[in-house]
Design a protein around this ligand. Structure first.
Ligand code: AKB
Length: 316
């Protein structure tokens, strides 16, 4: 039976990914690892290990003892927080990746998943329907670290045959675990405020279109890419992945279809500049052609699902 290690399991993607992998492979086959002392409640049913990806020696020791087949390396600082702590963001986002790539190169791991982001694109990239191969001049620390990471993933595949797979995630929308430190986080926060007070102040302007995706689609895409036969995975840097492209105004209107009295205000902050440097929408034909990707959620279905499931008491 396959053994899987998810590093950064307590985060927005990690929590839902571990739950889904445990459904498919068995609770005890999927080890959740995170830097936090305590395992998040949702994952307490299965194995948990406290792990700091920057502690190379203990990550190496753990992997050499446990010999996981697949490692999902999700520990990272997202765009907005990374701008506040550029040195630490670069260190965290790069050093953990090298530790895992090297362990795979030495034969201790069979397959790696490493997340990239739409942040690899920048202001000189074509904004609409951004192609898989295009100009990439990111202006954020997060984007620079993701682009560098993509190059290293492809290098380790070409030079050493490391089976590493990656997706350029758009902004992710989910209700199980709150996101933290991203520019696209408004698209999650808005649901908590809509249910709690019926009003939300967006930190992006009303016309800031960004590529987004409902988490269930993102988790399915991640697992489908990891399950695809090796020869079908033709891109070893990272795959473009599109979901739904919308603005804060589109999202507010869609919420108003369900909560008539919902009000939105706009007060852009430093995250506006980050959003302005990213694409409006993404072309993901390569993912469709290579491993059969197809999204399920549109804006309407995502909004209805979020409003039904978000628990506003989680908001302090
Ligand atoms: C962020 O906003 O930083 C992330 C991302 C798009 O990678 N959600």
């Amino acid at each position: 039976m396959k053994k899987i290690l998810v590093i950064g399991a307590g985060g927005q993607i990690g929590t839902e990914l571990v739950l889904e992998l445990r459904k498919r492979h068995g609770v005890h086959q999927v080890i959740a690892a995170d830097v936090k002392d305590e395992c998040v409640d949702a994952l307490k049913a299965g194995p948990y290990v406290k792990m700091d990806v920057l502690d190379r020696a203990s990550v190496q020791l753990f992997v050499k003892e446990e010999r996981p087949d697949d490692v999902y390396l999700l520990a990272a600082l997202l765009s907005a927080t990374a701008e506040k702590h550029p040195d630490f963001a670069w260190k965290l986002n790069m050093e953990g990746l090298f530790t895992i790539l090297d362990l795979a190169k030495e034969g201790y791991i069979k397959k790696i998943f490493w997340p990239s982001s739409i942040a690899v694109f920048g202001p000189t990239t074509p904004r609409k329907n951004t192609p898989q191969y295009t100009i990439m001049e990111p202006t954020t620390v997060y984007g620079i670290s993701k682009l560098a990471g993509e190059r290293w993933c492809e290098y380790y595949f070409n030079k050493f045959g490391v089976d590493v797979r990656s997706i350029r995630y758009p902004g992710l929308v989910s209700y199980t675990s709150l996101p933290g430190g991203g520019t696209t986080d408004y698209a999650v926060d808005i649901f908590y405020h809509a249910k709690k007070s019926g009003e939300y102040t967006s930190f992006l302007t009303k016309d800031s279109a960004l590529p987004m995706m409902y988490m269930e689609d993102a988790i399915r895409a991640t697992i489908e890419l990891m399950d695809a036969p090796k020869e079908q995975v033709k891109i070893r840097s990272s795959y473009n992945l599109a979901g739904i492209s919308f603005t804060p105004e589109d999202l507010a209107l869609s919420i108003q279809n369900n909560i008539k009295t919902f009000k939105i205000n706009y007060q852009p902050d430093f995250r506006q500049e980050i959003a302005d440097s990213w694409p409006d929408s993404i072309d993901d034909n390569a993912a469709k052609q290579d491993w059969g990707w197809k999204e399920k959620y549109d804006l309407k279905l995502m909004v209805e699902t979020m409003l039904k499931n978000v628990d506003p008491s989680k908001l302090n």
